[in-house]
Write a protein that binds this ligand. Structure first.
Ligand code: PTJ
Length: 254
């Protein structure tokens, strides 16, 4: 049976799970466009399960992490936003807006190696107004990782002091930290290696927290860099993860 075309058969806004369903439409459209891998659908499903248990809402531990993320990115000298196939499909416009608000470079970096998909991600970011999108370069590699993700752009992740990497793989998150970078991630699973290794983990859905992060970075854009750096340095990531895990285990979905 041919699946319905989302354009001619849209999800009704009255549906009680409208936001979740529309987000699924975005991720499947990402696969159709050649931006998202098939594995990305599985990763999305895992995220949905955690989001369901968190009541599909932004909790206080996530709002605090959003503030720490804004302080980290704005106080960095060379912030970079690392974009994979899921993040691009779900939030291309917000990623471009975040780059503009923080002065960060956008760089394509994917787990499942595919030069075609790297170009499709770049093209989608350019279509959403990115002035420039850096691509992985075979001339520069991160240390401490043997994987496609080690290839990075010399003016981007290679020389960054802070990297925003939503939906990251645990090995590379660890490698970025061991290369001396601060890592800000978004991961609905507070138990994942990425969540536990990053400097700042926002345990929230990317599609919910990114507009809030963009808005906050715009508000704080002219704040004193020293106070922002102090605020970022005082962030207690393990405490936020413990609060997220407690919320998951509470079983209270309201
Ligand atoms: O485009 P590529 O090749 O770089 O691949 C991207 C994926 C995401 C497929 C790849 O990085 C991967 O396999 O990731 P993992 O190891 O499955 O981790 C993804 C994490 O993101 C999991 O902990 C999910 O729970 C979480 N996640 C999934 N969707 C969301 C999410 N977190 C926040 N918001 C989401 N929408």
């Amino acid at each position: 049976m041919t699946p319905p075309d989302p354009a001619s058969d849209p999800v009704p806004t009255s549906h009680p799970r409208y936001l979740s369903l529309i987000t699924r439409e975005k991720i499947t459209a990402g696969v159709t466009r050649g931006v998202t891998s098939l594995h990305g659908l599985i990763a999305h499903g895992r995220g949905e399960a955690f989001d369901y248990l968190l009541g599909e809402q932004t909790h206080p531990f996530a709002s605090s992490a959003i503030a720490a993320a804004a302080a980290t990115l704005l106080s960095a000298s060379r912030p970079v936003i690392s974009v994979n196939g899921n993040a691009c499909a779900l939030a291309a416009q917000d990623l471009v807006n975040l780059a503009a608000a923080t002065g960060a470079a956008l760089e394509v970096n994917i787990f499942h190696s595919s030069p075609e998909r790297e170009l499709a991600i770049r093209s989608m970011l350019l279509d959403h107004g990115a002035p420039e999108v850096l691509m992985p370069s075979r001339s520069h590699a991160l240390e401490h990782i043997d994987h496609n993700r080690r290839w990075v752009h010399p003016d981007g992740i290679f020389s960054a002091d802070a990297v925003f990497v939503p939906l990251e793989d645990g090995d590379r998150c660890g490698a970025l930290i061991r290369n001396g970078k601060k890592v800000v991630t978004v991961d609905l699973n507070p138990l994942s290696r990425t969540a536990r290794t990053a400097s700042v983990t926002i345990v929230d859905n990317l599609v919910r927290c990114l507009p809030a992060l963009v808005s906050l970075t715009r508000q704080l854009a002219s704040s004193d860099r020293t106070s922002l750096a102090a605020s970022a340095a005082s962030w207690d990531n393990p405490a936020a993860l413990a609060a997220a895990e407690a919320a998951l285990r509470s079983g209270n979905l309201s």
